[in-house]
Design a protein. Structure first.
Length: 117
């Protein structure tokens, strides 16, 4: 059964860094666009970053220059390096995989990121 498992969330002070990992099992990575969404309390889920099988990347404006997405196909893992974190980055971060052939999306269970002093 295909699944995504996120890890790496936690509590960090403003200005700090975290690295999220998303391990994908049951997927052939080159058939998927893989990325991260986040959802803060009372807000809609929003795209953070996505990486495509050709290496192209899209990063949302609020995190551009601070967050980096990367993938390690050998480890079936996608990473989100988050630097210069701000309180407004506080959210549950979800990994997702969208299949190119039919746009079907699989979601992870989410990992909490809290930025607070």
């Amino acid at each position: 059964q295909a699944q995504l498992v996120e890890s790496g969330g936690g509590l960090v002070q403003p200005g700090g860094s975290l690295k999220l990992s998303c391990v994908l099992s049951g997927f052939t990575l080159e058939n998927y666009a893989i990325g991260w969404f986040r959802q803060a309390p009372g807000k809609e889920r929003e795209l953070v970053a996505v990486i495509f099988s050709n290496g192209n990347i899209n990063v949302a404006d609020p995190v551009k220059g601070r967050f980096t997405i990367s993938r390690d196909n050998a480890k079936n893992t996608v990473y989100l390096q988050m630097n210069s974190l701000k309180p407004e980055d506080t959210a549950v971060y979800f990994c997702y995989a969208r299949k190119y052939s039919n746009s079907y999306v699989t979601w992870g269970q989410g990992t909490q990121v809290t930025v607070s002093s």
